[in-house]
Design a protein around this ligand. Structure first.
Ligand code: GLN
Length: 478
């Protein structure tokens, strides 16, 4: 077995026992990247040209390689959000989540691909071209954090970070066959995360085991004075050692989702998972989420686009990133910078967001959407009075071919139905691996009430024990 194939926990144990060195892990991962990157194209910027110094040689992650979605700021290292508008911008500071990993000794192999400003679910809306799914390189890896998921799936690194505004961790995790966790809003500091929809965005990890997600969560979670929305008073012990059980836990399926079509391997996975949960002593129930089923997609896109249009106003060619020097005046400069700098999907969303929040329509659209959001949060609160977790798909279908649905944005938006309600209500969501259909992985999702992150991941450990962990994907290697 090569070192790049080992999961995070095994690498940490092996390093402790001096079975191998950080330099050997680095070389093995780098070799794997060199072997597959031409097929996968996960990177925007590689930083593995030479072994990086380890910030903390005694830290928990000393010598462990990782990659970051390219919307996480890295001091002195180009950060693009997969957009031309940021040019060669090198942030003057680190995102808190990365700062915590670095302080624990993690080593950065590079910045990875995503949909521009995290808008999309294929990783094809990138100014740097699409990333390919390491399980089948003709297919999308999912998005927007497609590079982060592909890198873990192909064995480039044992774990990575992404961000999830409406599913961008959970959906690519499911498409690439790894675990992905979207924490409760506020669990991980967003400081240094390039904003898309600030009330929805949350940073979280990808890994090849649930235990590895727990370890990363124990490092990146917690209050940060630089992010006033990060939590203050809750104690969350992600790496506790007591044995966990789901005996007597209530796990529900959503009544309204029963009528929606799913690819057969996904509905089969639900049946298999329910059987496992029952055998473990869980009580399977049903909850009703009519507002979610009917209005969540429209509500999310109205809010996400409104917030995006405000957040993206700052890219004007004055402060940072791409600019033009020969414009006749400030107006021409804005126009030329933004016309060239933003891709088509981002422009469409900025225009939509401008219309939705424009004074004469704001009440009817933006304000209405915030009210629907409250109803959705209330609906979940009621449901979580009746159940501990909800089990549901991540997506209605398995990953499609690259470019297949590029012309049909609305179809893409609708495919987010199972992931985006979680962000509207600030809930945690775990995308877990259930097995393969042919060579394609099939994932499902657990969602729970706010701050149920620890027990959700515990439940994930039990599911993994029964369903098995994913293999490293072949990465298009002949
Ligand atoms: N697909 C959704 C969108 O395009 C979610 C993206 C995300 O979570 N960043 O907005």
């Amino acid at each position: 077995m090569e070192l790049y194939e080992l999961n995070l926990h095994i690498l940490i144990e092996g390093l402790k026992a001096k079975k191998f060195s950080p330099a050997e892990i680095f070389q093995s991962c780098k070799k794997r990247i060199d072997q597959c990157e031409e097929n996968i194209h996960a990177f925007i910027t590689r930083t593995d040209d030479k072994p990086q110094s380890i910030e903390n040689p005694n830290g928990l992650l000393a010598g462990i390689p990782t990659v970051l979605k390219d919307n996480l700021c890295t001091k002195g290292i180009r950060t693009t959000a997969a957009s031309k508008i940021l040019g060669n911008w090198k942030p003057p500071y680190n995102a808190t989540a990365w700062e915590k990993l670095r302080s624990a000794g993690a080593v950065l192999m590079g910045k990875v691909n995503m949909d521009e400003f995290a808008m999309g679910n294929t990783c094809g809306n990138s100014a740097f071209g699409p990333t390919h799914n390491p399980n089948d390189i003709s297919r999308v890896p999912g998005g927007s954090s497609g590079g982060s998921a592909a890198a873990v799936s192909a064995g480039y690194v044992p774990f990575s970070l992404g961000s999830d505004t409406g599913g961008s961790i959970r959906q690519p995790a499911s498409f690439c066959g790894v675990y992905g966790f979207k924490p409760t809003y506020g669990m991980v500091s967003r400081y240094g995360l390039i904003s898309y929809g600030s009330s929805l965005d949350q940073i979280g990890p990808f890994a090849r085991t649930v235990q590895d997600l727990q370890l990363i969560m124990s490092i990146i979670s917690g209050h940060d004075p630089m992010d006033s929305s990060s939590f203050r008073n809750k104690d969350h012990d992600f790496t506790h050692s007591e044995d966990v059980s789901i005996k007597g836990k209530r796990i529900a399926v959503v009544k309204e989702f029963r009528d929606f079509t799913l690819d057969a391997p996904i509905s089969d996975a639900i049946k298999r998972t329910i059987k496992i949960l029952e055998d473990e002593g869980a009580i399977i129930t049903e909850v009703s989420l009519p507002v979610v089923a009917k209005y969540a997609v429209a509500c999310y896109y109205a809010l996400a686009m409104s917030e995006a249009h405000t957040n993206l106003e700052r890219y004007d060619g004055v402060r940072l990133g791409y600019t033009v020097k020969d414009a006749a005046g400030i107006k021409e400069m804005f126009e030329r910078v933004r016309s060239y700098g933003f891709g088509a999907e981002v422009k469409a969303r900025i225009i939509a967001g401008t219309c939705l929040t424009e004074p004469s329509r704001c009440e009817e659209y933006y304000v209405a959407a915030t009210k629907v959001r409250t109803l959705i949060a209330q609906e979940f609160s009621r449901a979580f009075g009746e159940t501990d977790f909800i089990l549901q798909p991540v997506t209605p279908s398995l990953p499609g071919k690259i470019g297949e649905n590029d012309e049909d944005a609305l179809k893409g938006y609708e495919a987010d139905l199972y992931t985006l309600p979680v962000n509207l209500a600030g809930l945690p969501g775990l995308s877990f691996f259930t097995g393969y259909s042919g060579n394609l992985p099939v994932g499902l999702q657990l969602i729970g009430p706010r701050w149920s992150d620890v027990s959700m991941l515990d439940t994930g450990v039990i599911l993994e024990r029964h369903l098995g962990s994913p293999k490293i994907a072949n990465g298009g290697v002949k």
